[in-house]
Design a protein around this ligand. Structure first.
Ligand code: ZN
Length: 76
């Protein structure tokens, strides 16, 4: 089952990774700490994983308007 990458701001699906599970190899490769794992990786109802990251568009907006960074969902 692939791991989905979604933008945490606009919920656009950014991509999928052909990993079967979130294991040590995955975490090391993406430099994710255990704390970040809890914050960013969501375990779905069907056992699928979703990594909440940020898409290019939102990244650009955040760089222009860094004050919005505190708001979790400012694009709807
Ligand atoms: Zn986005």
């Amino acid at each position: 089952m692939p791991i989905h990458y979604k933008c945490r701001h606009c919920e656009t699906e950014i991509g999928q990774l052909p990993f079967d599970s979130i294991d040590e190899q995955f975490l090391t490769k993406h430099e994710i700490t255990p704390e970040e794992q809890h914050e960013y990786i969501v375990n779905g109802a069907e056992g699928e994983y979703t990594v909440q990251c940020i898409c290019e568009e939102c990244q650009n907006s955040l760089q222009k308007f860094p004050n919005y960074y505190a708001l979790k969902k400012w694009i709807q």
